[in-house]
Unconditional design. Structure first.
Lengths: 177, 100
């Protein structure tokens, strides 16, 4: 029997898997980036089905919004073209696709065989920001504060790495061969 | 009511697609996007387990994974820009020397 929850799960799951496969098939990075955005939007729908409203909102804002915009900016900045195939990549395709199919089928079979009939109901847990907030600011306060330091270090590292090499003999001077 | 195993299988498929992309892609930016796909697959299983065990901490873990992914994306893309500036290619097969 197909409940509306199961239908929505299958629809979002089909979008996610189709986007992931499209990411592999496409040769131009901008197409891969757009299909990854589709995967992330579909996963936000899955999170909403599980009742995780806060995570769904953060998924759309941070992942599909911020991180993927960064990716698209870099693709346009570097003017990335169609990737060329080499001998090594053909070997990786020949070995990788059958291996990955066998591995994922094995995992799916084991999970489905030994899972029993446990199921996750609609809106299973209160994932609203009102319930996440106290958890984040009481139990997980120290990791939360440490992430701010991590972000600060990441910003400084990105600025240092991506800044133009200085011409007056600075540390990031380009070496000529 | 969707069984927990369906969520785990979907998460496994997404993770497998990420691993496969990491192996077969030759553009360094696409390889980086495959890593993000793997992180997304893991996040889905985190949220599904959180819903199954009624443990909200799982959603907080997803939040931390996203924060680390954002930091990783910023630094990684800066490294890609730096690599492109010195090598003038994005193909990982041609980036095979530590020396400039």
């Amino acid at each position: 029997m197909l409940s509306i929850h199961l239908i929505l799960f299958l629809a979002f799951g089909a979008i996610a898997v189709a986007g992931a496969v499209n990411l592999l098939v496409q040769t131009h990075p901008i197409n891969s980036a757009l299909s990854l955005i589709a995967v992330m939007a579909a996963l936000a729908g899955e999170y909403l089905l599980l009742g995780a409203e806060f995570v769904a909102a953060v998924q759309v804002i941070v992942y599909a919004g911020a991180i993927m915009v960064l990716f698209v900016f870099v693709i346009m900045l570097l003017n990335a073209g169609v990737e060329e195939r080499t001998k090594g990549s053909r070997v990786a395709i020949l070995l990788g696709i059958p291996g990955m199919l066998v591995g994922s089928l094995l995992v799916a079979w084991v999970v489905l065989k030994y899972s029993g009939t446990q199921s996750v109901p609609v809106g299973a847990l209160p994932g609203a920001p009102r319930t996440i907030g106290p958890l984040l600011f009481h139990e997980f306060l120290l990791p939360f504060e440490i992430t701010s330091i991590l972000i600060l270090i990441a910003i400084m590292g990105a600025v240092v790495l991506a800044s133009k090499p200085t011409t007056a003999g600075g540390p990031a001077k380009k070496v000529h061969d | 009511m969707v069984p927990l195993s369906y969520y785990l299988v979907l998460s496994g498929i997404l993770f497998a697609c990420g691993v496969l992309g990491f192996l077969i892609k030759r553009n360094i930016i696409t390889i980086f996007m495959s890593i993000e796909l793997m992180l997304n697959g893991v996040n889905l299983s985190f949220v599904a387990f959180a819903a199954h065990w009624h443990a909200l901490a799982g959603q907080v873990f997803v939040f931390f994974v996203m924060v680390v992914a954002a930091a990783e994306a910023a630094v990684g893309l800066a490294i890609i820009i730096s690599v492109y500036r010195t090598r003038e290619t994005l193909n990982v097969d041609q980036v095979n020397l530590l020396k400039l």
